[in-house]
Design a protein around this ligand. Structure first.
Ligand SMILES: [Zn+2]
Length: 82
């Protein structure tokens, strides 16, 4: 069931309402149609960082890229130093 957490922008009442698309939700307290959807009624979960394996991979990738960059730099002939 498409049950959404909504909050009235007029009286800031929080309520749940079935939103079926063509019927806009209305505040049960004051009847206002100016309601907004609450995407995260509870505090958002802690962000989970990269897994150790993924982190290692991205680390090695970065060092690889850095090495490639250094190589290209040193391979480049210096125009001023002749
Ligand atoms: Zn209201």
């Amino acid at each position: 069931m498409p049950l959404f957490d909504l909050q009235c922008e007029r009286c800031s009442a929080e309520f749940e309402e079935l939103v079926l698309g063509d019927r806009p939700p209305v505040c049960p307290e004051c009847g206002s149609a100016q309601v907004r959807r609450l995407f995260s009624p509870i505090s958002p979960p802690r962000r989970i960082g990269l897994s150790p394996a993924a982190k290692r991979e991205s680390d090695s990738r970065r060092s690889e890229r850095e090495a490639a960059r250094k190589e290209r730099r040193s391979a480049r002939p210096k125009s001023k130093d002749g």
